[in-house]
Design a protein around this ligand. Structure first.
Ligand SMILES: Cc1ncc(COP(=O)(O)O)c(C=O)c1O
Length: 485
């Protein structure tokens, strides 16, 4: 069911469960595809993660809390790294940058470093976290459509390996800063390829009506390359970059983007005699928030992306049929991708305590159960922002009670403060029970707020039976600390 601007009561499918959510045979079943690899139930029905049960986690750290399965995060990071390395070994190799915007803190930056990935940041704040973690500058990519002069200066001083330039003004600013600091700025050009991909669909648009990057069709991307190459003492051009969207479940959008990016890569080689060493296809790889989502396994993703690059290079290389002949036209570029959600999303769940359970009559002899928890849109803005769907489960005990269709809502002063729009929960659910919402690693803590002066929950990392705080809970003192009077 989707919301409606006139209110939820006007929305299509009002009252019943969505198609992907039939009445479950076992309301306690954990759907493996929605949970991190070390999440399971113990014999008492309690949800456990990496050897810690959520009842003891709630006692020790309180609720609401984000709980991250550290080994799962590391395994997903390694999975991307290994899959891309293997798939691109016959080409010029590949790099994986973890997109820190999905969720970043010092501990996570260290995990990313230890697992051999690069890090993509998009503000001076994210760069500061990377620096605190001791992340080497050369393995960082710095994005953003309006980076400040101070941020650009800091990036150059720290030796950030790739600054992804996004406008003509930024190229000029960066050139001036490079001259001031006596360095060459390593840059990639963010190209707007006219491809928009979301979930299973992509649209190849003629126009590129968005704020990021240099338009390919309008010629701005080629001009940006020319501008950069005209000042070799100020810039080192490392390549071309595109990012086409989010929650993408197949590679057709990447194929369309790669076609255009490789076209520009070859034009630059042929007309400007410059061989860009890299191509970056960005992030956007989808995850399962509910059983309606069907993500691509990571090894298939690597193989498909490598196949796309091979096809595009050989087809566009002036009719050359084989990769070694491409060398007559251009160098085969190294490829990079920037997954955020697909690494951290499934590794985390949010643990809430139930405060109230309320039956609401919908008319027509139907009713809905509203379950209020001790969090909401301040710790997960995505349902309110994008109508994002989630699932959840009873986490602190076993139940044999029949399933009831429920809506889990937060504690904030907004009727759109929805945590899980539709879910089957046991009908003996009661205040004091714990509920866990999987898949909250990406863009939840990162987009969190202090709305209604709500202190933000902590992030607890669990590994090998041991739990530790990697981001502490905010306090009322934290909330008041900025008030100047
Ligand atoms: C340039 C760029 N790279 C990577 C990402 C990460 O996307 P995702 O978390 O969907 O993989 C984003 C997300 O907005 C982005 O803008």
């Amino acid at each position: 069911m989707r919301s409606h601007e006139a209110g939820v009561l006007h929305a299509e499918g009002y009252g019943g469960p969505p198609i992907y959510l039939p009445t479950p045979g076992d309301v306690m079943e954990l759907r493996r595809e929605l949970w991190s690899q070390n999440a399971q139930r113990d014999t008492a029905g309690r949800l456990t993660v990496a050897g810690r049960d959520v009842v003891s986690l709630a006692e020790e750290f309180g609720t609401a809390a984000y709980v991250i399965d550290e080994e799962d995060f590391r395994a997903r990071a390694r999975g991307f790294r290994d899959s891309l390395n293997a798939a691109f070994s016959g080409l010029a190799g590949a790099d994986v940058y973890y997109a820190g915007k999905a969720f970043l803190c010092t501990a996570v930056a260290r995990w990313v470093l230890e697992e051999g990935l690069g890090l993509d940041v998009c503000t001076g704040g994210e760069l500061a976290v990377a620096q605190r973690a001791g992340f080497p500058g050369e393995r960082i990519g710095f994005h953003g459509n309006n980076k400040s002069v101070a941020e650009l200066r800091e990036a150059l001083s720290y030796g950030v390996g790739r600054i992804i330039v996004d406008s003509r003004q930024e190229i000029d600013r960066l050139g001036a800063l490079a001259a001031e600091l006596g360095v060459r700025a390593p840059v990639m050009v963010r190209v707007t390829v006219g491809v928009e991909a979301h979930t299973h669909e992509f649209i190849a648009t003629g126009h590129e009506d968005q704020k990021f990057g240099f338009s390919l069709n309008g010629g701005a991307a080629f001009e940006a390359v020319q501008r950069i190459l005209a000042a070799p003492e100020r810039f080192e051009l490392l390549g071309l970059h595109s990012h086409i969207g989010s929650q993408i479940f197949d590679t057709s959008g990447f194929e369309a983007a790669a076609h255009r990016l490789v076209g520009l890569h070859i034009r630059v080689a042929e007309e400007l005699a410059y061989h860009c060493p890299e191509i970056n296809l960005g992030g956007g790889y989808g995850i399962a928030y509910t059983t309606a989502h069907d993500p691509l396994p990571v090894d298939r993703l690597g193989v498909e992306l490598a196949g796309i690059l091979t096809r595009e290079l050989t087809a566009l290389g002036d009719g050359h049929g084989a990769l070694d002949q491409v060398a007559q036209v251009t160098q085969v570029p190294r490829v990079a991708i920037e997954p955020g959600r697909a690494i951290v999303g499934p590794s985390m769940f949010t643990l809430y305590e139930v405060g109230t359970v309320k039956e609401v009559t919908l008319g027509d002899r139907r009713s809905r159960t509203y379950v209020s928890v001790d969090g909401g849109m301040s710790d997960n803005a995505r349902p309110a922002l994008y109508e994002a769907d989630y699932s959840c489960t009873l986490a602190n005990r076993h139940s044999d009670a029949p399933p009831m269709l429920s809506r889990v809502v937060g504690r904030h002063c907004e009727s759109g403060d929805i945590v899980v729009l539709d879910e089957w929960l046991p009908s003996d659910l009661t205040p004091g029970d714990l509920i866990a919402v999987p898949g909250t690693g990406a863009y939840c803590r990162a987009l969190s707020s202090q709305y209604n002066h709500t202190p933000r929950p902590p992030v607890i990392a669990v590994r090998g039976g041991h739990a530790r705080v990697i981001v502490r809970r905010e306090t009322i003192e934290d909330l008041l600390a900025l008030d100047a009077d």
